[in-house]
Design a protein around this ligand. Structure first.
Ligand SMILES: NC(=O)c1ccc[n+]([C@@H]2O[C@H](COP(=O)([O-])OP(=O)(O)OC[C@H]3O[C@@H](n4cnc5c(N)ncnc54)[C@H](O)[C@@H]3O)[C@@H](O)[C@H]2O)c1
Length: 417
Protein backbone atom coordinates (compact mmCIF):
# COMPACT_ATOMS: atom_id res chain seq x y z
CA UNK A 1 0.00 0.00 0.00
CA UNK A 2 1.26 3.46 -0.88
CA UNK A 3 0.97 6.90 0.59
CA UNK A 4 -0.52 9.05 -2.19
CA UNK A 5 -0.86 12.83 -2.41
CA UNK A 6 -3.60 14.07 -4.78
CA UNK A 7 -2.89 17.67 -5.76
CA UNK A 8 -6.24 19.23 -6.65
CA UNK A 9 -9.39 17.58 -5.27
CA UNK A 10 -11.91 18.78 -7.87
CA UNK A 11 -14.02 16.82 -10.37
CA UNK A 12 -11.06 14.59 -11.33
CA UNK A 13 -8.85 14.58 -8.25
CA UNK A 14 -11.45 13.86 -5.58
CA UNK A 15 -13.03 10.73 -7.10
CA UNK A 16 -9.59 9.39 -8.02
CA UNK A 17 -8.30 10.06 -4.50
CA UNK A 18 -11.35 8.32 -3.02
CA UNK A 19 -10.90 5.31 -5.33
CA UNK A 20 -7.27 4.88 -4.22
CA UNK A 21 -8.29 5.33 -0.57
CA UNK A 22 -11.06 2.72 -0.94
CA UNK A 23 -8.41 0.21 -2.03
CA UNK A 24 -6.47 0.74 1.20
CA UNK A 25 -3.89 3.32 0.10
CA UNK A 26 -3.38 6.23 2.47
CA UNK A 27 -4.45 9.26 0.45
CA UNK A 28 -4.01 12.93 1.29
CA UNK A 29 -5.77 15.51 -0.87
CA UNK A 30 -3.82 18.75 -1.17
CA UNK A 31 -5.86 21.71 -2.41
CA UNK A 32 -5.68 25.49 -2.05
CA UNK A 33 -9.45 25.65 -1.71
CA UNK A 34 -10.11 25.67 2.05
CA UNK A 35 -13.81 24.84 1.51
CA UNK A 36 -13.00 21.66 -0.45
CA UNK A 37 -10.44 20.61 2.16
CA UNK A 38 -12.73 21.24 5.15
CA UNK A 39 -15.62 19.46 3.46
CA UNK A 40 -13.50 16.39 2.70
CA UNK A 41 -12.22 16.20 6.28
CA UNK A 42 -15.86 16.18 7.44
CA UNK A 43 -16.62 13.36 4.98
CA UNK A 44 -18.57 15.75 2.76
CA UNK A 45 -18.19 16.98 -0.85
CA UNK A 46 -18.82 20.29 -2.61
CA UNK A 47 -19.32 18.89 -6.13
CA UNK A 48 -22.15 16.78 -7.54
CA UNK A 49 -21.33 13.24 -8.65
CA UNK A 50 -23.44 10.11 -8.08
CA UNK A 51 -21.90 7.71 -5.52
CA UNK A 52 -19.01 10.03 -4.64
CA UNK A 53 -20.32 11.23 -1.28
CA UNK A 54 -20.77 7.67 0.04
CA UNK A 55 -17.28 6.69 -1.14
CA UNK A 56 -15.61 9.77 0.38
CA UNK A 57 -17.53 9.39 3.65
CA UNK A 58 -16.56 5.75 4.13
CA UNK A 59 -12.87 6.41 3.35
CA UNK A 60 -12.72 9.38 5.74
CA UNK A 61 -14.35 7.27 8.46
CA UNK A 62 -11.85 4.45 7.84
CA UNK A 63 -9.02 7.00 8.09
CA UNK A 64 -7.60 6.32 4.59
CA UNK A 65 -8.60 9.72 3.13
CA UNK A 66 -7.92 13.22 4.45
CA UNK A 67 -7.10 16.66 3.04
CA UNK A 68 -4.83 19.61 3.72
CA UNK A 69 -4.03 23.06 2.32
CA UNK A 70 -0.27 22.54 2.67
CA UNK A 71 1.71 20.17 0.49
CA UNK A 72 2.26 17.00 2.53
CA UNK A 73 5.77 15.49 2.85
CA UNK A 74 6.73 11.81 2.87
CA UNK A 75 4.38 10.50 0.18
CA UNK A 76 5.31 7.77 -2.30
CA UNK A 77 3.20 9.09 -5.15
CA UNK A 78 2.24 12.68 -6.08
CA UNK A 79 -0.62 13.00 -8.59
CA UNK A 80 -1.37 16.39 -10.15
CA UNK A 81 -5.03 17.04 -11.12
CA UNK A 82 -5.21 20.84 -11.20
CA UNK A 83 -7.03 22.97 -13.82
CA UNK A 84 -5.58 23.68 -17.29
CA UNK A 85 -7.86 26.43 -18.65
CA UNK A 86 -7.15 28.64 -21.66
CA UNK A 87 -6.24 32.32 -21.66
CA UNK A 88 -8.10 35.04 -23.56
CA UNK A 89 -5.72 34.55 -26.50
CA UNK A 90 -6.57 30.79 -26.60
CA UNK A 91 -3.17 29.69 -25.27
CA UNK A 92 -3.05 27.21 -22.39
CA UNK A 93 -2.82 28.61 -18.88
CA UNK A 94 -0.27 26.22 -17.37
CA UNK A 95 0.30 28.26 -14.22
CA UNK A 96 -1.59 25.74 -12.02
CA UNK A 97 0.49 22.80 -13.24
CA UNK A 98 3.63 24.85 -12.84
CA UNK A 99 2.90 25.92 -9.25
CA UNK A 100 1.73 22.40 -8.26
CA UNK A 101 4.99 20.94 -9.61
CA UNK A 102 7.04 23.56 -7.76
CA UNK A 103 5.13 22.84 -4.52
CA UNK A 104 6.15 19.18 -4.46
CA UNK A 105 9.85 19.69 -5.29
CA UNK A 106 11.01 20.18 -1.66
CA UNK A 107 9.25 16.93 -0.61
CA UNK A 108 10.40 14.57 -3.35
CA UNK A 109 12.69 11.70 -2.32
CA UNK A 110 14.46 8.81 -4.05
CA UNK A 111 11.89 6.26 -5.29
CA UNK A 112 8.99 8.72 -5.51
CA UNK A 113 6.53 8.83 -8.42
CA UNK A 114 5.05 12.00 -9.99
CA UNK A 115 1.99 11.70 -12.26
CA UNK A 116 0.33 14.48 -14.27
CA UNK A 117 -3.38 13.77 -14.79
CA UNK A 118 -4.44 17.24 -15.97
CA UNK A 119 -5.21 17.51 -19.70
CA UNK A 120 -2.18 19.36 -21.05
CA UNK A 121 -0.62 20.52 -24.32
CA UNK A 122 1.76 17.90 -25.75
CA UNK A 123 5.32 18.24 -24.34
CA UNK A 124 4.14 19.63 -20.97
CA UNK A 125 5.87 16.89 -18.97
CA UNK A 126 9.07 17.16 -21.01
CA UNK A 127 9.30 20.94 -21.36
CA UNK A 128 7.52 22.32 -18.29
CA UNK A 129 7.66 19.71 -15.53
CA UNK A 130 11.04 18.01 -15.98
CA UNK A 131 13.09 21.23 -15.74
CA UNK A 132 11.33 21.97 -12.42
CA UNK A 133 11.70 18.38 -11.15
CA UNK A 134 15.43 18.48 -11.97
CA UNK A 135 15.78 20.88 -9.02
CA UNK A 136 15.30 17.87 -6.70
CA UNK A 137 18.78 16.66 -7.71
CA UNK A 138 17.28 13.20 -8.27
CA UNK A 139 18.04 11.23 -11.44
CA UNK A 140 14.84 11.54 -13.48
CA UNK A 141 13.51 8.20 -14.70
CA UNK A 142 15.72 6.32 -12.22
CA UNK A 143 15.38 7.87 -8.76
CA UNK A 144 12.27 9.91 -9.59
CA UNK A 145 9.70 8.32 -11.89
CA UNK A 146 7.48 10.62 -13.93
CA UNK A 147 4.48 10.05 -16.24
CA UNK A 148 1.37 11.57 -17.74
CA UNK A 149 -1.83 9.59 -17.38
CA UNK A 150 -4.79 11.49 -18.82
CA UNK A 151 -8.28 11.22 -17.38
CA UNK A 152 -11.24 10.41 -19.67
CA UNK A 153 -14.12 10.12 -17.20
CA UNK A 154 -17.62 11.30 -18.09
CA UNK A 155 -19.26 13.47 -15.42
CA UNK A 156 -22.21 11.58 -13.96
CA UNK A 157 -20.50 8.19 -14.41
CA UNK A 158 -17.15 8.98 -12.84
CA UNK A 159 -16.91 6.23 -10.19
CA UNK A 160 -17.86 3.50 -12.65
CA UNK A 161 -15.63 4.84 -15.45
CA UNK A 162 -12.58 5.28 -13.20
CA UNK A 163 -12.79 1.55 -12.56
CA UNK A 164 -13.73 0.23 -16.00
CA UNK A 165 -12.23 2.64 -18.57
CA UNK A 166 -8.96 1.73 -20.21
CA UNK A 167 -6.09 4.03 -19.33
CA UNK A 168 -2.99 5.40 -21.02
CA UNK A 169 0.22 5.74 -19.04
CA UNK A 170 3.00 7.72 -20.71
CA UNK A 171 6.25 7.63 -18.81
CA UNK A 172 9.42 9.62 -19.43
CA UNK A 173 11.07 6.20 -19.78
CA UNK A 174 9.96 2.58 -19.60
CA UNK A 175 10.75 2.25 -15.90
CA UNK A 176 8.46 5.20 -15.14
CA UNK A 177 5.64 3.76 -17.29
CA UNK A 178 5.83 0.33 -15.66
CA UNK A 179 5.86 1.67 -12.09
CA UNK A 180 3.01 4.11 -12.76
CA UNK A 181 1.03 1.31 -14.42
CA UNK A 182 1.35 -0.66 -11.17
CA UNK A 183 -0.10 2.30 -9.24
CA UNK A 184 -3.23 2.43 -11.42
CA UNK A 185 -3.63 -1.36 -11.46
CA UNK A 186 -4.92 -1.11 -7.90
CA UNK A 187 -8.02 0.84 -9.06
CA UNK A 188 -8.40 0.18 -12.81
CA UNK A 189 -9.99 -2.98 -14.20
CA UNK A 190 -9.75 -1.77 -17.82
CA UNK A 191 -6.62 -2.29 -19.89
CA UNK A 192 -3.64 0.00 -19.22
CA UNK A 193 -1.57 0.95 -22.27
CA UNK A 194 2.00 2.16 -21.99
CA UNK A 195 3.59 4.86 -24.14
CA UNK A 196 5.67 8.03 -23.88
CA UNK A 197 4.53 11.09 -21.93
CA UNK A 198 4.17 13.24 -25.06
CA UNK A 199 2.18 10.54 -26.90
CA UNK A 200 -0.14 10.24 -23.89
CA UNK A 201 -0.66 14.02 -23.85
CA UNK A 202 -1.33 13.99 -27.59
CA UNK A 203 -3.83 11.09 -27.28
CA UNK A 204 -6.00 12.89 -24.74
CA UNK A 205 -6.05 16.15 -26.67
CA UNK A 206 -6.77 14.33 -29.96
CA UNK A 207 -9.71 12.43 -28.44
CA UNK A 208 -11.47 15.73 -27.76
CA UNK A 209 -10.26 17.22 -31.04
CA UNK A 210 -11.79 14.28 -32.94
CA UNK A 211 -15.18 15.14 -31.47
CA UNK A 212 -14.75 18.85 -32.14
CA UNK A 213 -13.76 18.42 -35.80
CA UNK A 214 -16.63 16.04 -36.47
CA UNK A 215 -19.14 18.39 -34.88
CA UNK A 216 -17.70 21.23 -36.98
CA UNK A 217 -18.30 19.16 -40.11
CA UNK A 218 -21.96 18.73 -39.14
CA UNK A 219 -22.25 22.45 -38.36
CA UNK A 220 -20.74 23.36 -41.71
CA UNK A 221 -23.19 20.99 -43.38
CA UNK A 222 -26.02 22.84 -41.58
CA UNK A 223 -24.81 26.17 -42.97
CA UNK A 224 -24.42 24.83 -46.52
CA UNK A 225 -27.81 23.13 -46.35
CA UNK A 226 -29.51 26.40 -45.46
CA UNK A 227 -27.86 28.00 -48.50
CA UNK A 228 -28.73 25.20 -50.91
CA UNK A 229 -32.26 24.57 -49.68
CA UNK A 230 -31.96 21.09 -48.20
CA UNK A 231 -32.60 19.76 -44.69
CA UNK A 232 -29.25 18.92 -43.06
CA UNK A 233 -30.82 16.38 -40.70
CA UNK A 234 -32.41 14.50 -43.58
CA UNK A 235 -29.06 14.50 -45.40
CA UNK A 236 -27.35 13.11 -42.28
CA UNK A 237 -29.96 10.40 -41.77
CA UNK A 238 -29.70 9.22 -45.35
CA UNK A 239 -25.91 9.59 -45.67
CA UNK A 240 -25.46 7.58 -42.47
CA UNK A 241 -27.15 4.61 -44.17
CA UNK A 242 -23.75 4.21 -45.85
CA UNK A 243 -21.86 1.61 -43.83
CA UNK A 244 -18.74 3.75 -43.47
CA UNK A 245 -20.32 7.17 -42.84
CA UNK A 246 -21.25 8.47 -39.41
CA UNK A 247 -22.04 12.19 -39.56
CA UNK A 248 -22.83 13.80 -36.21
CA UNK A 249 -25.66 16.29 -35.66
CA UNK A 250 -25.31 20.05 -36.00
CA UNK A 251 -26.31 22.38 -33.18
CA UNK A 252 -25.91 25.87 -31.79
CA UNK A 253 -22.22 25.33 -30.87
CA UNK A 254 -19.82 23.37 -28.68
CA UNK A 255 -19.34 24.05 -24.99
CA UNK A 256 -18.02 22.59 -21.76
CA UNK A 257 -14.51 22.73 -20.39
CA UNK A 258 -13.00 19.95 -22.55
CA UNK A 259 -14.03 19.76 -26.22
CA UNK A 260 -14.35 23.53 -26.62
CA UNK A 261 -10.89 24.15 -25.11
CA UNK A 262 -8.48 21.26 -25.62
CA UNK A 263 -8.10 21.57 -29.43
CA UNK A 264 -6.58 25.02 -28.86
CA UNK A 265 -3.65 23.24 -27.12
CA UNK A 266 -2.69 21.84 -30.53
CA UNK A 267 -3.29 25.10 -32.39
CA UNK A 268 -0.89 26.76 -29.96
CA UNK A 269 1.75 24.08 -30.45
CA UNK A 270 1.77 23.68 -34.21
CA UNK A 271 1.11 25.81 -37.27
CA UNK A 272 0.08 22.60 -39.00
CA UNK A 273 -3.08 22.44 -36.87
CA UNK A 274 -5.08 24.20 -39.60
CA UNK A 275 -8.14 21.93 -39.82
CA UNK A 276 -8.29 21.82 -36.03
CA UNK A 277 -8.24 25.61 -35.79
CA UNK A 278 -10.86 25.97 -38.51
CA UNK A 279 -13.10 23.46 -36.73
CA UNK A 280 -12.83 25.48 -33.51
CA UNK A 281 -13.74 28.65 -35.38
CA UNK A 282 -16.72 26.99 -37.12
CA UNK A 283 -18.08 25.68 -33.82
CA UNK A 284 -17.51 29.04 -32.13
CA UNK A 285 -19.40 30.76 -34.97
CA UNK A 286 -22.63 28.83 -34.36
CA UNK A 287 -24.14 31.17 -31.74
CA UNK A 288 -23.80 34.04 -34.27
CA UNK A 289 -25.34 31.85 -36.96
CA UNK A 290 -28.35 31.14 -34.72
CA UNK A 291 -28.50 34.83 -33.80
CA UNK A 292 -28.76 35.78 -37.50
CA UNK A 293 -31.43 33.14 -38.08
CA UNK A 294 -33.48 34.55 -35.20
CA UNK A 295 -33.10 38.04 -36.65
CA UNK A 296 -34.30 36.84 -40.07
CA UNK A 297 -37.30 34.98 -38.61
CA UNK A 298 -38.38 38.09 -36.69
CA UNK A 299 -37.55 40.51 -39.52
CA UNK A 300 -35.28 42.50 -37.18
CA UNK A 301 -35.43 43.37 -33.52
CA UNK A 302 -38.00 45.90 -32.41
CA UNK A 303 -38.87 45.21 -28.81
CA UNK A 304 -40.29 41.70 -29.27
CA UNK A 305 -40.13 39.01 -26.57
CA UNK A 306 -38.06 35.89 -27.30
CA UNK A 307 -38.16 32.71 -25.20
CA UNK A 308 -34.99 30.65 -24.90
CA UNK A 309 -35.40 27.06 -23.73
CA UNK A 310 -32.18 25.80 -22.14
CA UNK A 311 -28.80 27.44 -21.56
CA UNK A 312 -26.41 24.65 -20.54
CA UNK A 313 -23.75 23.29 -22.91
CA UNK A 314 -25.48 19.93 -23.27
CA UNK A 315 -28.80 18.39 -22.23
CA UNK A 316 -29.74 17.27 -18.72
CA UNK A 317 -26.80 18.81 -16.87
CA UNK A 318 -26.43 21.95 -14.75
CA UNK A 319 -23.18 23.20 -16.33
CA UNK A 320 -23.06 26.46 -18.32
CA UNK A 321 -19.23 26.62 -18.63
CA UNK A 322 -18.33 27.71 -22.18
CA UNK A 323 -21.98 27.18 -23.14
CA UNK A 324 -22.67 28.48 -26.68
CA UNK A 325 -26.20 29.34 -25.52
CA UNK A 326 -24.77 31.77 -22.98
CA UNK A 327 -22.94 33.46 -25.88
CA UNK A 328 -26.19 33.61 -27.85
CA UNK A 329 -28.00 35.06 -24.82
CA UNK A 330 -25.27 37.70 -24.41
CA UNK A 331 -25.67 38.71 -28.06
CA UNK A 332 -29.46 38.91 -27.84
CA UNK A 333 -29.27 40.93 -24.62
CA UNK A 334 -27.57 43.73 -26.55
CA UNK A 335 -30.57 44.06 -28.89
CA UNK A 336 -33.93 45.77 -28.54
CA UNK A 337 -35.63 42.65 -27.17
CA UNK A 338 -37.15 41.15 -24.04
CA UNK A 339 -35.60 37.78 -23.23
CA UNK A 340 -37.38 35.05 -21.26
CA UNK A 341 -35.07 32.19 -20.32
CA UNK A 342 -36.27 28.81 -19.09
CA UNK A 343 -33.41 26.64 -17.78
CA UNK A 344 -34.74 23.97 -15.41
CA UNK A 345 -31.28 22.67 -14.39
CA UNK A 346 -29.54 25.87 -13.33
CA UNK A 347 -30.77 27.90 -10.43
CA UNK A 348 -28.14 30.59 -9.72
CA UNK A 349 -26.33 31.71 -12.83
CA UNK A 350 -29.13 32.77 -15.12
CA UNK A 351 -31.10 35.87 -14.39
CA UNK A 352 -34.88 35.88 -14.85
CA UNK A 353 -34.95 32.10 -15.02
CA UNK A 354 -38.59 31.18 -15.64
CA UNK A 355 -40.93 28.20 -15.71
CA UNK A 356 -41.62 26.82 -19.20
CA UNK A 357 -45.15 28.05 -20.00
CA UNK A 358 -44.92 31.47 -18.29
CA UNK A 359 -41.70 32.05 -20.29
CA UNK A 360 -43.71 31.75 -23.54
CA UNK A 361 -46.41 34.26 -22.75
CA UNK A 362 -46.50 37.09 -25.30
CA UNK A 363 -43.41 35.78 -27.03
CA UNK A 364 -42.77 36.18 -30.76
CA UNK A 365 -40.39 33.23 -30.99
CA UNK A 366 -39.66 30.15 -28.90
CA UNK A 367 -36.07 28.93 -29.40
CA UNK A 368 -35.29 25.33 -28.41
CA UNK A 369 -31.63 25.80 -27.49
CA UNK A 370 -30.93 22.72 -25.34
CA UNK A 371 -32.76 19.39 -25.72
CA UNK A 372 -33.41 18.78 -22.01
CA UNK A 373 -35.81 15.94 -21.18
CA UNK A 374 -38.10 18.53 -19.55
CA UNK A 375 -38.92 19.89 -23.03
CA UNK A 376 -39.87 16.50 -24.51
CA UNK A 377 -43.60 16.50 -23.90
CA UNK A 378 -44.48 20.09 -24.57
CA UNK A 379 -48.17 20.77 -25.17
CA UNK A 380 -48.04 22.69 -28.47
CA UNK A 381 -51.72 23.60 -28.29
CA UNK A 382 -50.94 25.47 -25.09
CA UNK A 383 -47.76 26.90 -26.63
CA UNK A 384 -49.79 28.21 -29.57
CA UNK A 385 -52.24 29.92 -27.24
CA UNK A 386 -49.41 31.62 -25.32
CA UNK A 387 -47.20 32.82 -28.20
CA UNK A 388 -47.95 36.27 -29.61
CA UNK A 389 -46.34 35.48 -32.97
CA UNK A 390 -46.43 31.76 -33.64
CA UNK A 391 -42.81 30.85 -34.36
CA UNK A 392 -40.58 28.05 -33.07
CA UNK A 393 -36.89 27.66 -33.90
CA UNK A 394 -35.57 24.16 -33.19
CA UNK A 395 -31.74 24.15 -33.08
CA UNK A 396 -31.52 20.39 -32.36
CA UNK A 397 -34.09 18.66 -34.58
CA UNK A 398 -35.79 17.79 -31.31
CA UNK A 399 -39.47 18.49 -31.88
CA UNK A 400 -42.06 16.81 -34.07
CA UNK A 401 -42.62 19.30 -36.90
CA UNK A 402 -46.08 17.87 -37.70
CA UNK A 403 -47.38 18.46 -34.16
CA UNK A 404 -46.15 22.04 -34.24
CA UNK A 405 -47.58 22.86 -37.67
CA UNK A 406 -50.92 21.26 -36.75
CA UNK A 407 -51.15 23.92 -34.05
CA UNK A 408 -50.61 26.71 -36.59
CA UNK A 409 -47.09 27.48 -35.45
CA UNK A 410 -44.30 28.17 -37.99
CA UNK A 411 -41.52 25.60 -37.53
CA UNK A 412 -37.94 26.67 -38.28
CA UNK A 413 -35.05 24.23 -38.06
CA UNK A 414 -31.31 24.89 -37.82
CA UNK A 415 -29.83 23.42 -41.00
CA UNK A 416 -32.90 24.10 -43.14
CA UNK A 417 -33.80 27.33 -44.90
N1 LIG B 1 -13.90 17.44 -15.07
C1 LIG B 1 -13.78 16.53 -16.02
O1 LIG B 1 -14.75 15.89 -16.39
C2 LIG B 1 -12.43 16.22 -16.64
C3 LIG B 1 -12.31 15.07 -17.43
C4 LIG B 1 -11.07 14.77 -17.96
C5 LIG B 1 -9.98 15.62 -17.72
N2 LIG B 1 -10.13 16.76 -16.97
C6 LIG B 1 -8.95 17.57 -16.73
O2 LIG B 1 -8.51 17.38 -15.38
C7 LIG B 1 -7.93 18.57 -14.87
C8 LIG B 1 -8.64 18.99 -13.58
O3 LIG B 1 -9.98 19.28 -13.91
P1 LIG B 1 -11.12 19.35 -12.80
O4 LIG B 1 -12.42 19.38 -13.55
O5 LIG B 1 -10.92 18.32 -11.75
O6 LIG B 1 -10.82 20.79 -12.17
P2 LIG B 1 -11.45 21.42 -10.84
O7 LIG B 1 -11.41 22.86 -11.01
O8 LIG B 1 -12.74 20.73 -10.52
O9 LIG B 1 -10.42 20.97 -9.69
C9 LIG B 1 -9.10 21.41 -9.64
C10 LIG B 1 -8.73 21.65 -8.19
O10 LIG B 1 -7.35 22.00 -8.15
C11 LIG B 1 -7.17 22.97 -7.13
N3 LIG B 1 -5.89 23.66 -7.36
C12 LIG B 1 -5.58 24.58 -8.30
N4 LIG B 1 -4.29 24.91 -8.24
C13 LIG B 1 -3.76 24.19 -7.23
C14 LIG B 1 -2.45 24.10 -6.68
N5 LIG B 1 -1.43 24.80 -7.18
N6 LIG B 1 -2.25 23.27 -5.64
C15 LIG B 1 -3.28 22.55 -5.12
N7 LIG B 1 -4.53 22.59 -5.61
C16 LIG B 1 -4.77 23.40 -6.65
C17 LIG B 1 -8.40 23.84 -7.22
O11 LIG B 1 -8.62 24.53 -6.00
C18 LIG B 1 -9.48 22.80 -7.52
O12 LIG B 1 -10.12 22.32 -6.35
C19 LIG B 1 -8.02 19.60 -16.00
O13 LIG B 1 -6.83 19.57 -16.73
C20 LIG B 1 -9.17 19.07 -16.84
O14 LIG B 1 -9.07 19.51 -18.18
C21 LIG B 1 -11.34 17.06 -16.40
Amino acid sequence: MKKICMIGIGYVGLPTAAMFASKGHKVIGYDLNQKAVDALNRGEIIIEEPGLLELVKSCVEKGTLSATTTCPPDCDVYIIAVPTPINEDKTADMSYVQSATKAIVPHLRKGNIVILESTSPPRTVEDLMLPILKETGLVLGEELLVAHSPERILPGRVIEELRTNSRIVGGINEKSSLEVKKVYESIVEGEIFITTSTTAEMCKVMENTFRDVNIALANELAKISEELGVNAFEVIELANKHPRVNLLSPGPGVGGHCIALDPWFLVEKSENAKLIKQARLINDSMPSFVFEKIKTILGGFNGQTISILGATYKPNIDDVRESPIMHLIDMLKKENLKLNICEPHVKDDITDNMELYPSLEGSSLMVLAVNHDEFKDIDFKKVSSLLKDKNILDTRNFFDRKQIEENNINYYLLGEK
